[in-house]
Design a protein. Sequence first.
Length: 442
Amino acid sequence: MRTVQVAVIGGGAGGVLTVAALLGTPVHEVVLIDPEPGRGLAYGPAEPYHLLNSPARSMSAYEGEPTHFLEWCRGIEASAGPGDFMSRARYGDYLSETLGVEEAASLGRLTLLRDRAVSAVPHAEAGMVVTTAAGERVIASHVVLAVGQGRARRLAVMEPVRHDPRYVEDPWAPGALDGIGAGEPVLLIGTGLTAIDVAFGLAERGVAGPIVAVSRHGLLPREHTRGAAEAVGGLVAPEPTPSLAELTRRVRALADSVPDWRAVVDLMRPSVDRYWRGLSPDGRERFVRHLARYWEIHRHRMAPAVADRVERMRAAGSLRIESGAVESAEVAPDALSVRLNGTRRFGAVVNCTGRDRLTASGDPLITRLLADGLAAPGPAGQGLDVAPDGAVLDAAGRPNSALWTVGPPRYGHLWETTAVPEIRLQARQLADRLVTGAPLGV
Ligand SMILES: Cc1cc2nc3c(=O)[nH]c(=O)nc-3n(C[C@H](O)[C@H](O)[C@H](O)COP(=O)(O)OP(=O)(O)OC[C@H]3O[C@@H](n4cnc5c(N)ncnc54)[C@H](O)[C@@H]3O)c2cc1C
């Protein structure tokens, strides 16, 4: 049994950024709990050809030190520039090295507990008691959930083939793509950044395909600007209005008035959260149905080198993008038979639709928090129900002053909460609030 000021559960980007922010305050003792701390989902299983979708200038681990990542890159490659798109594997190296440096410099204030947390319950006096799978118990004044998103989304339409080895439900599981045969057509469900990563992974494994990527709209992410800086001085974000149509009109008009529409999209990021928070449940549903996909493809963009490779694969016919919906799937003797714009046979099908709701993850920690009424699903079932400062709300809607969140668990309350710039700011504000009692700066 150990007693600490803050226990951070989850050691991916969210956990590392939170620890880095906490150690910049006069915190007494922090424990970071994760079986393999330092990389997480996005920066762990990445291959060298998987690039960040944000330039180096925006990926620092420290709020207020914007060039930290860039300078770290320059230690490896002197010519690294602020607009370069580094590999995600390199970013994973950066995160784990940052964690190592923080641990060494903390003089014992930081402990890494390489284990899974299975429960967090209120402590009799104050704070919470976290128990790990190996039976370790940690009493913490504050617990921060940096557990990321749920497991891969489970698609009802794929249930009949779910246990067939030719269906890959989670493309990020270790070795997930290794069993896919070189000469077989492959279906990717989804046309976002995950589908592109998977298409590259298959091409690297010699799968000639054709690879067919499908989504309702058949839209690919847009491309980042080549070279030139994207920011445009003097721009003011359009004031969000209750009407989706009016907001879209204003954004279009502003985008038409500047040399590069990307500046407007980046400027809109904080306003989108404010707008989302102000919507009624019906309005949120309409946003998800009509606008979300368009926002995502403009907001989460491909690095230019990634866009070039996509174009080359499309031109060669090895990658096809289609619009449509999978209507059914069944196991055939030598393939998976899929109804999608007609009945078609694929040697493999890969689910590239992203992660499921956190509350459906089946993770013992989250399941127990929900069962104890200490947490509840967030708006529209996304993430956890949280206060604006990230405090977890219990089943009765009361904030828990000992249980907090950073990153994807805030999804639902926030729309933009998964990228490093957003998580970094949340980590800084949370550290200030927990340790110094500073009010929230948003
Ligand atoms: C493929 C991909 C590419 C991305 N690329 C970019 C990009 O280029 N730029 C950008 O800004 N953002 C990017 N993102 C978004 C963002 O950086 C990631 O979502 C990031 O992974 C979020 O970090 P996280 O720590 O919250 O979650 P995760 O990375 O999922 O990490 C969560 C960690 O918590 C651990 N954990 C979970 N439950 C427990 C438990 N009960 N006990 C102990 N440990 C637990 C997990 O093992 C994991 O290590 C990308 C995301 C993905 C998926």
